[in-house]
Design a protein around this ligand. Structure first.
Ligand SMILES: [Ca+2]
Ligand SMILES: [Ca+2]
Length: 354
């Protein structure tokens, strides 16, 4: 009798434990993605974990910490959460991270964070984004880097927030550190309550053109064993030399290509570059801007109908622009200028003589 009672008691306790064990799982599911295990990773190795194209369906190692009812959720292009205004189709894959609102489309702040990782000099963060809003500038999207409590805006994409923006756009933002620094990256966004309002992210990649690889180590080893007379040659072939940025210049060929410094990587801050184009005496210069993406209202391209900044202005543009410009004489001056923050992909133009 006692034995049977103990067996019964054991069975009841076992079932209770099982049930108790299940409760947190169920409630955690009901809460959605608020509760997430954050993996503790060494900052230097977590660098390699930042890349995410969201095709797995998971947002980790980025994580949503939005405080209100709007959340970053992985959406599939073919099964969207908000069907009235579908996202543009990604260039690769079908999934991306989208600001998803509740049934009442209540507006709110969105926050997306990384783990703490070690940023190295030269690091850049690349991503694709789509932002759209019923009223221009109504939705916001900013990428911020946080070192401890100090936050610094890397890029603000609010100027892309218009009712007609129906495409994914690429962005590369430099992470401005001069030495290895542990930091986190944070996307702050605000999504409004109109049906047209939308924000999405995809293809986040940490680019590290200056990150040490195994190659330079081998070179260093060789340098120490080579005769002294050969060392200057070895030194000049060191692969860590950064590419030379072209800022303006003289262009006298009948045709050519000009672009913002570092194109198609983002141009720099506080730049002022003059491109002087001169073709044959009886010809005119035709400039065709094939690509144009600068910070609206801050980073400008100005085309003068002559060789000085006092010449008539043929074009002064920022943001998105598409244009073909013909000068009245055989020469023109193109000026690229940027302010001290927010650098975009820039611009590229061909010129011909006609
Ligand atoms: Ca994707
Ligand atoms: Ca700028």
């Amino acid at each position: 009798m006692n034995k049977n009672f103990l067996q019964l008691l054991f069975a009841v306790v076992s079932i209770s434990v099982c049930l108790a064990g299940r409760v947190p799982v169920t409630s955690r599911k009901a809460e959605g993605h608020h509760v997430k295990a954050r993996v503790s990773v060494d900052p230097l190795s977590s660098r390699s974990l930042l890349d995410n194209d969201f095709e797995s369906g998971f947002e980790e190692p980025w994580y949503d910490s939005s405080p209100s009812t709007v959340h970053w959720v992985v959406e599939d292009f073919y099964t969207p959460f908000e069907v009235s205004y579908a996202a543009p189709k990604p260039s690769a894959g079908t999934k991306y991270l989208r600001a998803v609102r509740n049934d009442q489309l209540v507006s709110g702040l969105l926050i997306l964070r990384t783990l703490t990782f070690t940023a190295l000099p030269g690091d850049e963060i690349a991503f694709n984004f789509w932002i759209r809003s019923k009223y221009t500038g109504g939705n916001t999207l900013e990428l911020v880097m946080a070192i401890g409590e100090t936050e610094q805006t890397l890029v603000s994409l609010t100027s892309y927030s218009t009712s007609v923006n129906l495409e994914w756009r690429p962005m590369i933002a430099p992470i401005p550190v001069s030495e290895p620094v542990d930091l986190t990256l944070i996307f702050y966004a605000f999504c409004g309550s109109n049906a047209e309002d939308a924000i999405a992210l995809d293809d986040i990649v940490l680019l590290s053109p200056n990150a040490p690889t195994t190659e330079p180590t081998t070179t260093t080893t060789q340098t120490t064993t080579t005769p002294l007379s050969l060392s200057p040659t070895t030194a000049t072939s060191t692969p860590t030399t950064p590419p030379v940025e072209v800022c303006g210049g003289n262009y006298n060929d009948p045709s050519g290509i000009i672009s913002s410094p570092n194109y198609p990587q983002p141009y720099g801050f506080d730049e002022y570059c003059q491109y002087i184009i001169q073709v044959e005496e009886d010809k005119r210069v035709v400039l065709d801007f094939l690509y144009f993406n600068t910070e609206g209202g801050a980073d400008y391209v100005t085309v003068y109908d002559g060789l000085t900044t006092t010449s008539p202005v043929l074009l002064r543009a920022s943001g998105f622009h598409s244009d073909i410009i013909t000068t009245t004489t055989n020469k023109c001056l193109v000026v690229h200028s940027s302010d001290s923050q927010n650098s975009f992909t820039g611009w590229q133009a061909t010129y011909t003589s006609s």
